[in-house]
Design a protein around this ligand. Sequence first.
Ligand code: AMP
Length: 228
Amino acid sequence: MKSESARVVLFLGAPGSGKGTQSGWLAARLGIPTVSTGEILRTAAKRNTAEGFRIRQLLSTGTLVDDQTVCAAVESRLRQDMPRKGLILDGFPRTVHQAEFLDTLLDSLGLPRPVVLHLDVSTSGLLRRLTGRRQCAVCGSVYNLTSKPSLRGSRCQKDGGALVQRDDDTEGVILRRMADFQATSAPLIAYYGPSVVVRVDGDHEPGAVAEAILHSIAPEMAYQLAVA
Ligand code: AMP
């Protein structure tokens, strides 16, 4: 269906499924921004306040942050500035309550239901990607020791910042985050229903996955693609 409304695109996928990479690529292709709740929370966690400390504790143990905090952050972002062609939500919703909240919010903004993409990746593929993931301490650019190394070794290609491992990318924490994802993804996929969720096989190299995504959303996002 061709829609001239702003569309919100969601990526459902386990940690390490490539949500960040693919949402960044799709955002550039469609000319729309990406809003990552993980990034919003990591920024909030750096604040030297009781709330910053509370969020820092939750993130460092891989625990999901409470729905109220995350929903408030997303609502504030969408009400403040809803781009004309829409945006990509990376990492949200992660619970059925968040999905219901988003539907109500979009409805109140006069927007259609989201386009829902599920990046499906095998467990072995996920572990390999996550333990090799490195992020620039300065600009947040993401690399991978095997699939996307920096041309400047342990420094960021863009600004020379040190490449560090995220606190929550250690194996124990990763297994915890995967368990959280398994527990929440099935109800979310059921909430949206198989006719809405677009499943994309994420076990391929990033360019091929990006092509598959574009192909599968083309009918719903014809307007966004036409004016990109
Ligand atoms: P991400 O960058 O999406 O992997 O998120 C990193 C961490 O931020 C997660 O492990 C959670 O602790 C927290 N987080 C991000 N998005 C959400 C969300 N929608 N609901 C609850 N916690 C979240």
